[in-house]
Each structure stands twice: as C-alpha cells, then as structure tokens.
Ligand binder design. Structure first.
Ligand code: LMR
Length: 331
C-alpha cells in the first residue's frame, strides 16, 4: 500500500521536476517590432531594452528586435500584438485612434510648447491614465518614449499656410492629422511609414511631416527640396504589450521587465533631442534640402490656421484632457 503511494508521489514529483526543468529551459521570448531605423530614439530604445533584459534575466527572457517594419509594419502590427504574434510594440501615438480616441490628443497641432511640456503631461495623472485606457481591448501601455517635435516638408517652400494649398501631404493613419492639413487646404494622404520615401520620389505625395531623425534615417530629405522647422506637432510613442501576455508572466519577471523599461525610458527620453539635432545637422551637411526657419508671425499664421482642428476633436478627446495638456505648458 505504502509502496504504491510512494511510487505515485515520486512519479508526480518527477513530472513536476521535468515540467519545471522544461519551463526553466524555455525562456520567455519577447518579439519587439517597430517601423523605424535603429539610429532613432525608438530604435535605440528597443536595442537597449534587449541588452538590459538579456543581461539581467539571462536564460529567463530573450528579446528579439525587428526594426524597419521587418516583422510587422503599419496596419499589421496592432493586430499581430492582439493575436500574440508579437509581444511588444511602440507605435506612434498617432496610431491609436481605433483603440482609444483620447490618445488623439497628442496629434493636436501646436498643443505642446516644447518637449518639457510633453514630459509633464505624460508623467501627470491624465497622461498616465491613457496608458491603461486600452486594457479592455487587450492592450497595456507600459511607457511613453519621446521622438520629438515635427518638421514639415515639400518640394516647394512652406512659409505661409497658403503655400501648402493643393499639395498632397503624407500623414500617419490619424483623422486629426488629416484635418490638420485640410485646415490649410492641402490634401492629406494616409500612408504607412515604409512607403513614404517612394511616395515622395514618385510624386504620389508632394510633402510630409516628421521628426528630423525619421527624415534622415529614411533619407526622406533626399526627396524633399524644402524643410520647414515648424515644430507644429509631436511624434512620440507608447510602448505597449498584449495584456494577457503581460499579466501571465511570472510576477518576478514582470516586475523586473517594468523596472528595466522604466530605466530605458529615461535613457530614450534624455537622448531623443540629441539624436534629432544630429539628424538635422546631417541633413544640412548633405545639402539635399533648404531649411526654412519661420518668423514668429509666420508660425502664428500656421497655428491660427490649424487651431480649428482642436474644436473638431474635443468631443472625442475631452475638453478636460485638452485643458490638462495646456496646463502642462505652464511648467
Ligand atoms: C510615422 O509613421 O511617420 C511614424 O509613426 C514612424 C515612427 O514610428 O516614428
């Protein structure tokens, strides 16, 4: 009697041991996909996250980084995350309107005066709340990463809003950004980031907007004769994961991953401005494009022309959230 119970117990312990051994051998794999080059704030952030995770959780977690839309690009990456085919993304905040309309706040033209204001808003209660606003749809926001304020460009000089009239501008998949260019009587065209260079080269579009590092790393300046330093809007990111995947991790692994991500976020946000200034210098040195500085009066004219976009999306975003963002400009 006793022998058979002992044998059953030993059998169970051996299976448990084998299971744990198997589990111990199989690291958690995090596929981190994104659409930009490595030499950008987001590209550097993904690589730093990989390095620190594999240094501090050796054998327990492996991170595979897929830059430049090499695994999933615009239009596919969010579906892949929800299906569990990828575990982490860091899409531009312009790409969440289907999942959380208030996140469109980050696309409002001329909302934030500078990146310090963006920092204050993202770190405040309103910004933090947006990170968890999509968990009912299976998406958990883990962090905000900076890129920077946007430049606009075309194959004709853009100094006054009327200069944009009739031009086709590539925009991210964002209703706010479509309205932004309609407000200056231009023609917005939603297009994935991977198609921007060819779209401009072939004339499918005539102009676009992005940060210096995204222009330079994709050589978009080669196909844009004029670049206007307008600082008219923001490209920042939300680092996201699949909620079920994240909550299913062993507690100690999840806690360590979040701590590493917090450390990486500080690094990304501290270096983003320098990466963009280095990219601007490289573009100037390349001689491909004339850089246009706006006078205060010219910039005010763009702000005034684009201001109606705010009212148009106030219902989706929320007047309180817009007020919180404006308050963040006060320091
Ligand atoms: C874009 O589509 O222009 C940006 O969202 C690309 C990026 O991720 O910075």
């Amino acid at each position: 009697m006793f022998g058979s119970k002992l044998r059953a117990l030993l059998g169970a312990l051996m299976m448990l041991g084998a299971g744990m051994a198997h589990a111990a051998d199989a690291p958690v794999v995090i596929k981190f996909a994104h659409v930009v080059a490595d030499n950008t704030p987001k590209g550097q952030g993904a690589l730093l996250f990989k390095r620190l995770v594999e240094e501090r959780l050796p054998g327990r977690v492996r991170v595979e980084v897929y830059p430049n839309s090499s695994l999933f690009g615009d239009g596919k990456e969010m579906e892949a995350l929800l299906l569990g085919d990828v575990q982490m993304l860091a899409p531009s905040l312009a790409k969440f309107e289907q999942y959380a309309k208030p996140v469109q706040i980050f696309d409002l033209p001329f909302l934030f005066d500078d990146m310090a204001a963006v920092d204050r808003f993202q770190a405040g209660p309103a910004g933090r709340k947006l990170l968890t606003s999509m968990e009912g749809k299976g998406i958990t926001g883990l962090a905000y990463w900076h890129n920077g304020l946007k430049v606009m460009s075309a194959n004709k000089p853009l100094r006054e809003p009327r200069d944009a009239r009739g031009l086709k501008f590539r925009v991210q998949a964002s209703a706010v950004l479509e309205e932004q260019f309609k407000a200056v009587r231009a023609n917005p065209r939603k297009m994935s980031f991977a198609e921007v260079y060819q779209g401009l080269q072939t004339g499918v579009v005539n102009g676009t907007e992005n940060t210096w590092s995204n222009y330079e790393s994709q050589k978009v300046n080669e196909v844009q004769k004029y670049m206007t330093e307008s600082d008219h809007g923001l490209i920042d990111y939300m680092v996201i994961t699949n909620t079920r995947f994240w909550n299913g991790l062993p507690d100690d692994i999840r806690t360590q991953l979040q701590a590493i991500l917090d450390e990486v976020s500080v690094s990304v946000n501290r270096h983003a401005e320098q990466l963009n200034q280095d990219a601007k210098k490289a573009i100037i040195a390349s001689g491909t494009s004339q850089i246009i500085e706006l006078t205060p009066e010219q910039r005010a004219a763009w702000r005034e022309a684009m201001q109606p976009v705010w009212k148009k999306f106030e219902g989706d975003i929320g007047a309180d959230l817009i007020k919180a963002a404006q308050d963040a400009n006060q320091g």
